[in-house]
Design a protein around this ligand. Structure first.
Ligand SMILES: Cc1cc2nc3c(=O)[nH]c(=O)nc-3n(C[C@H](O)[C@H](O)[C@H](O)COP(=O)(O)OP(=O)(O)OC[C@H]3O[C@@H](n4cnc5c(N)ncnc54)[C@H](O)[C@@H]3O)c2cc1C
Length: 385
């Protein structure tokens, strides 16, 4: 039977980073990826990279570097206020670059190799009917895998969707507009001669994907952008935290739900958790808990919401009731009117108290994400506090 010191499942930014770091230290590492090698990297994604990832990605891959313009309920604020800079990359370019890097240091990356099952007790994965043994396993198969369920892991899926449009945009823009697009945000991420325009939603609200897309299409139509002929894509995002390390198994990236549940940003978290997993395997004395907490600390807006939720004992409420209430706010005439009113008042107060009001505004948008997944939040609390 084939056997390796480390087997990694999935060649996303997380798996490829772990493979590279392990190979650098001459570890015997096999990465199994279900896609063919020339498609490694292809993924539905806005491709936005905040500054903290730039050291790991050559700037030649950047399609542009932007200071995003943030529209809060009709008020425009550049992200300079928040000190934010974001580069855009095409995911296929990033994936192919990371693949070359991992292979350069000696990692074996095997395309067309889906893992169908993991025998945790026997330390074996099943790939194309063959058993492959391991000493350590890194699960980096993203959000999109039945494998997570087969591993007995909880998943809580939200949906991200975008339109790949062949048009040049000068600015990177982010839109919050509760009245027009509901409790979510939308983006325009320029990639040179094309752009990703998108948003996301939580299916458990009883919202239908097609209606959500219509809202976004109409919103951009009003801004003179026709998305009718753009390429529509969507992908799940797992926000149910399970664990990082259990015995000789490490979960990284989306598989562990390290992506930010509020913004959907996950490339940095995948790469960083891949690096931490590699360090923990290389050096048994490596203290991984703190760096892993730091990956979570980037979920900055979650923390105050957690405390607020705890303070008001929202956790005692039934999640279903909360979802119903949120559905009502968005969809019924009176609910929508209340939401519009709150939106109007908050947008006005932004002019007077920009810092505090924008916190309230963002909380208003993000609270549902937090509340709808209370089980997840309880798990986050273990690592946050
Ligand atoms: C619409 C949308 C927009 C986004 N925009 C951004 C953004 O602008 N910036 C940002 O930072 N993040 C963004 N994200 C999140 C980001 O895409 C993910 O967080 C990131 O790709 C996670 O990396 P990963 O390595 O964990 O998993 P992935 O990138 O999903 O990679 C997992 C890999 O595992 C493979 N795989 C799955 N199952 C198996 C199996 N059984 N056997 C073998 N291989 C398998 C897959 O083929 C894939 O190659 C966005 C997500 C969505 C949905």
């Amino acid at each position: 039977m084939e056997k390796h010191e480390i087997v990694i499942i999935g060649a996303g930014p997380g798996g490829l980073t772990a493979a590279k770091e392990l190979a650098k230290k001459d570890r015997d590492v096999l990465l199994l990826e279900r896609k063919p090698e020339d498609k490694i990297g292809e993924k539905v994604c806005g491709g936005g990279l905040p500054e903290r990832v730039w050291k790991d990605v050559p700037s030649s891959l950047f399609k542009g570097v932007f200071t995003p313009i943030i529209h809060l309920g009709g008020i425009e604020a550049t992200a300079q206020l928040l000190g934010m800079k974001v580069a855009s990359v095409d995911r296929i370019d990033l994936g192919q670059y990371q693949l070359r890097e991992a292979e350069k240091f000696g990692a074996e990356v095997r395309g067309n190799s889906p893992v169908s099952y993991v025998k945790l007790r026997q330390n074996k994965v099943i790939c194309k009917g063959e058993e492959i043994g391991y000493d350590n396993l890194i699960v980096a198969c993203g959000s999109n895998s039945r494998l997570l369920k087969r591993l007995g892991l909880r998943t809580y899926i939200t949906i991200g969707y975008d339109y790949d449009i062949e048009e040049h945009f000068r600015d990177m823009e982010i839109f919050y507009d509760v009245e027009k697009i509901g409790i979510r945000y939308a983006w325009i991420f320029p990639h040179g001669d094309h752009a990703s325009i998108g948003s996301g939603y939580i299916p458990r609200f009883g919202q239908k994907g097609i209606n959500e897309r219509k809202k976004i299409e109409n919103f951009f139509k009003e801004r003179g952008i026709d998305l009718k002929y753009a390429k529509k894509r969507s992908a799940p995002m797992n926000i149910a935290y399970n664990y990082f390390k259990r015995r000789n198994v490490y979960l990284i990236g989306d598989s562990a739900s390290f992506l930010n549940p509020l913004t959907g940003e996950g490339i940095y978290q995948a790469m960083r958790s891949g690096e931490i997993a590699a360090n923990a395997i290389i050096d048994k004395k490596y203290k991984y808990k703190k760096p892993i907490k730091d990956v979570y600390r980037h979920h900055q807006i979650v923390n105050p919401l957690l405390f607020a939720a705890d303070f008001f004992s929202i956790k005692k409420l039934e999640p279903k009731r909360i979802q119903k209430m949120l559905g009502w706010l968005e969809n019924s005439k009176y609910g929508h009117r209340a939401l519009s009113r709150a939106n109007y008042l908050l947008a006005k107060s932004l002019k007077i108290y920009p810092g505090f009001a924008s916190f309230l505004y963002l909380s208003q948008l993000f609270a549902p994400t937090t509340l709808a997944s209370w089980d997840t939040i309880k798990d986050y609390m273990d690592v946050l506090i």
